[in-house]
Unconditional design. Sequence first.
Length: 241
Amino acid sequence: MGEPRYVVIADDLMGRIAAGRWAVGELLPTEPELAVEYGVSRETLRRALRRVELGGLISRHKGIGTRVERTTPFTRFTTKLGSIEELTQYGEAAVRHVLTVEPVTVDAALSAVTGLAEGSQQVCVTSLRRDPERPEGAVSWAKVYLRPEDAKAIASDLGENTRLISDLVEARTDRAVERVVQRVRAVRMPAEAAAHLGVEPGSPGLEFVRRYYDALGTLFEVAVSTHAGDHFVHETILSRR
């Protein structure tokens, strides 16, 4: 299997910048223009631009455009992850099965875990991820907290599919994921999660809390996913680039 399309586009854009197609300080074509040129969706194009931006070659400014900042990437260590999906190592085949969608008021305990403001109103999407290659059980159990307006915008898209909820929000609103902060910790498996994952309550597990921020620094989504510790490995590769 080849590289994801957005990775190929990002590499091509970086190559064109390095070759002087656009000078430092010059604006790239608009997102719609680039999407047409590469024959991809705006979502795929934005992922490619984020990858180029992480290398330090461009900066993006609302109302101005995408500006070239340098012709060669920063030299630094970075996690070698092709997409936000890979942060949790599901693989693209893991299908989401929504269990419940319900409004919640963030209490002190939930605020401490998620970073959401205590007393704020959220919509909680509880779901399982199942891998077709592992029919005997679920990969993870998760609760995703969304702003009510974002939850309403993606309500028709929450059927069984493999896309991240953050991807759905990007596709249906003007939000774009600018930054994801992930925290991983060892936990005792909650009873509700254990029942769905087929393990004993209180058995070892891993909890991933991912906080999604948009370009304005607004925390608009928090995903709390739990994995059984005896059949889950989280691997990070560090490479110099």
